[in-house]
Every structure is written in structure tokens, then in C-alpha cells.
Write a protein that binds this ligand. Sequence first.
Ligand SMILES: [Cu+2]
Length: 183
Amino acid sequence: MPDRPMPNQPMPERPMSERLLTPPLATLVAGLVLLAACAEQGEEQAADATPDNAAPASSEAPAGLPRSASPAGARVFFVTPADGDTVSNPIQLEFGIEGMRVVPAGVNEPDSGHHHLIINAGMPDMSWPIPANEHYIHYGDGSTSAELTLEPGEHTLQLLLGDYLHIPHDPPVASEVIRITVE
Ligand SMILES: [Cu+2]
């Protein structure tokens, strides 16, 4: 198959990983690309200098989706458990936040987002919606506490705030990684 030159467009070069192909996220991403396209068009019209069909020359946006800004000093953290705690099931979790507000997913307000719990995994790709699987739990209802059941043994936990579209903020608002032992 011959390589066909693609027009300059915001579509990512990177193949979408499986984690983005669960139906709700796939739909979300499709919507986002549309949104991004609309936003870009709006900017072009506002600039009022380029003809309609000219591709935007901006090369500053990396492949990925637009991210919401987080204010300086914003942080999330575990109220409980604490790093090094030994706990038993069901594990009681409480999430703290400073400098931003927790709102349900889908609510697009400045300096807000919802919690995500990362279990035994690293930070996800910041340019995409946070995956939803056993390692990345979304609290899209705006919860600031939760119960969790884990296998006995050592586990790492980390909090990561996501915006109304589940995308980490810029810069990302994440807690320290804590290590707990489940009895
Ligand atoms: Cu989310």
C-alpha cells in the first residue's frame, strides 16, 4: 500500500492503544477530535487572517488532546490510608484536594476535576483520557472517599486528577505514590 501524504491535522500519529478502544472512551475521543477541530476553526476565524482552507501552521500542539490548566500549588493527596499503613479489606480511602474543586465528570469548570486512583501502575499518558481498568479507577461521580478490596500483600496507590473529559491537567495534579500492605 503506497504511503499517502496526510493533510496537516490534529489526529494523533500514535496508534490508539487498546485501552482507549472501550466503547465509551472511543466515543469520547471521537467527540474530542471534533471539538478540537471546532475550536481550531474558531481560532482561525478570530485571527481573521488565514483563508478558510489553510491548515493552521501552529506546530506547538503535540499529538494528543487539549488539556485543562491546573492552578499553581494545586494538589491531591490521601487523607487515608497513609504511606506504609497496614490495612484490611475493605480498605477505606479518603481523597484530599487543595487549590481545586472536585466536580463530577462532564462538568467543565475552571480549576476542577475528579479523582482517579492508580493501583499498582504508573502514571498514564498525559495526552489522553485516563484509562479505565483495574489499575485506573475513575470517581466520575465526584466521590472523595471510596472502599476498595485488594489481594493480601503490598500495593501502591496514587491519585491523579482528571478534567471533565478524564484527561490529566497541565501540569498534572497527582499525589505521591503510597505503599500499603493488605492483610
Ligand atoms: Cu475519569
